[in-house]
Design a protein around this ligand. Structure first.
Ligand SMILES: *[C@@H]1O[C@H](CO)[C@@H](O)[C@H](O)[C@H]1NC(C)=O
Ligand SMILES: *[C@@H]1O[C@H](CO)[C@@H](O)[C@H](O)[C@H]1NC(C)=O
Ligand SMILES: *[C@@H]1O[C@H](CO)[C@@H](O)[C@H](O)[C@H]1NC(C)=O
Ligand SMILES: [Zn+2]
Length: 509
């Protein structure tokens, strides 16, 4: 039998050891929390109140998901979850939240699918339904002979299954994506076929303007006030036979932007990243670089920089063009390279990440494979290179299935300069930025990551945009006003809801 004194000593020992254990444990948790994106921010009183509301919604969805994994939306394929996401309270709060800037999307995939599809109702639109992808094209009096072009409006009337077929050809959305797209190459094939189909639709001069205007409007309505997008500057045409060259195409963007900013004076602007196709030979790339230089001279405040586009694994790596890219780097060209959008660790395309970083890219598109490269990761952070994470794109294009396994979670946990972007929302049925933000917030961040994360994501999007210092200052100031208004609105609504509840004598939540 231990004596009383022995027992007492034992107890004190155990208790103090376990107290040490718990305090060490708490300290580590606190340290991890402050080191994640937004973790060092201090919230104001009003922000704290909004945060409580946000987190009440977030915890509810997470707790429900833990019991019924089927209900956890950020863990599912976006095509199956979208309708439910639209009912989520977290999502609806994110929609209202001023999100700053959208920094990664592409010329042909900027708008909602509904908006794109509406354009197929325009007069004089023809379709070529030969084998292979559909093609759409506007004609005046003279219709080309290279295909049996049929009027879309006529087909719609004469053939009841046509409309449905056309719709299918313009979207990746299907009921069962896991069956329809069994491999990454299959989904990329379908994706590239859509681009073939929409090029002639969007490339018609009046549509080109209307479409770009709508793109900015949809962002604006999603509380995004600035856009940086990539484009290949395809041939734009009209029905008089005029073909617009790349300079004129940029001119169309530019004029449309000016018009939009007259109509929406608090929109903060848009800039363009020239992004030729990555599967071209040296000579053609050189031609594109010449075009880029001239564009930059002609539209210095609109042209942001240079990138290459297309399925990375199927195109040429950056090293193929290194003789062209190094001189560009030396004369200060801002690069915004897509890199590491791959699961092939150690392959040449995976190492695009290294070349992007060595070439001083300002941001990396996707950087999906970055966390597998400790040295490149260190360099990227040291050079303060932002990472544009596109969660829905990565899932639809089959780099990751359940978003909770997205490597971006590691970057968020380590306070990398992360921004969240939509890539080509049209083709997966998203719109604006809110869907990607919701999925990142729910699926790529810690349970306790809160309003501070969202606030930091918005701030990052402004900080890492290709804007001048004075443009940035304006954007921050404007964003702060929107942010204050957002806080007011949420708090006001919450009060109204509580009052309503009281008046019918239910418990306020
Ligand atoms: C598409 O067209 C319909 C019918 O004209 C209209 O109600 C709807 O608002 C349009 N949607 C978009 C996104 O433009
Ligand atoms: C109607 O359209 C569908 C889908 O495009 C096509 O498969 C079918 O052959 C068309 N029918 C006729 C009679 O043209
Ligand atoms: C471009 O030229 C370089 C150097 O001659 C060569 O290594 C590379 O493979 C070429 N790129 C392409 C896409 O042909
Ligand atoms: Zn992209």
């Amino acid at each position: 039998m231990p004596t009383r004194v022995e027992l007492f000593c034992f107890c004190v020992f155990v208790c103090s050891v376990s107290a040490d254990y718990w305090s060490e444990r708490d300290a580590i948790i606190a340290k991890e929390q402050t080191r994640s994106v937004g973790g060092h921010l201090r919230l104001t009183d009003r922000e704290e109140k909004v945060n409580k509301i946000l987190m009440r919604y977030k915890y509810k969805e997470l707790d429900d998901g833990l019991v019924h994994p089927k209900n956890f939306l950020a863990g599912q394929h976006f095509f199956n979850a979208k309708k439910e996401i639209e009912r989520s309270k977290v999502f609806n709060l994110i929609k209202k939240l001023p999100k700053g800037a959208s920094l990664h999307s592409h010329d042909m995939g900027l708008v909602s699918f509904e908006c794109l599809y509406n354009l197929t109702y325009k007069d004089n639109l023809y379709v070529c339904t030969n084998d292979g992808p559909y093609r759409l094209q506007f004609f005046g009096d003279k219709v080309d002979k290279d295909c049996d072009w049929q009027l879309v409006s006529t087909l719609r009337q004469s053939n009841s299954s046509f409309d449905c077929e056309l719709k299918k050809r313009l979207t990746l959305v299907v009921d069962d994506p896991h069956v329809a797209y069994s491999t990454l190459n299959k989904v990329w094939k379908a994706f590239e076929d859509i681009f073939v189909a929409v090029t002639g639709l969007l490339g018609y001069e009046p549509i080109w303007r209307e479409y770009f205007y709508e793109a900015m409007k949809e962002l604006y309505e999603d509380n995004v006030k600035y856009l940086e997008f990539r484009g290949i500057l395809p041939q734009v045409y009209d029905t008089n036979g005029k073909i617009y060259d790349p300079f004129e195409v940029v001119g169309l963007y530019y004029d449309t932007l000016k018009k939009f900013m007259e109509d929406y004076p608090d929109f903060q602007g848009a800039k363009f990243i020239y992004t030729p196709y990555r599967k071209l030979d040296n000579k053609t790339i050189q031609d594109h670089i010449v075009i880029y230089e001239k564009l930059k001279t002609r539209y210095p405040d609109f042209i942001a920089g240079f990138d290459l586009v297309g399925q990375e694994d199927a195109g040429f790596p950056l090293t193929s063009f290194i003789n062209e890219l190094i001189p560009m780097q030396q004369n200060g060209t801002p690069f915004f390279f897509h890199a590491g959008e791959t699961n092939w660790q150690g392959a040449t395309t995976d190492l695009n990440l290294l070349d992007a970083v060595l070439l001083d890219t300002k941001r990396i598109g996707h950087a999906f494979a970055l966390v597998k490269h400790p040295e490149i990761m260190k360099m990227a952070k040291h050079k303060d290179i932002a990472v544009e994470i596109c969660p829905i794109s990565n899932q639809v294009l089959k780099l990751v299935d359940d978003i909770r396994n997205h490597p971006g979670a590691v970057l968020v946990a380590n306070d990398y300069p992360v921004v969240i972007a939509p890539d080509d929302p049209t083709f997966w049925g998203a719109k604006g930025l809110s869907y990607d933000w919701y999925i990142a917030f729910m699926g790529m961040a810690s349970r306790d990551d809160d309003l501070r994360l969202l606030k930091q994501l918005a701030e990052n999007s402004i900080k890492y945009s290709a804007t001048t210092t004075s443009e940035k200052n304006d954007m921050f100031q404007h964003w702060q006003e929107d942010w204050n208004r957002f806080l007011d609105e949420v708090l006001k609504e919450e009060n109204i809801i509580n009052c309503k509840c009281n008046s019918i004598r239910c418990q306020p939540n």
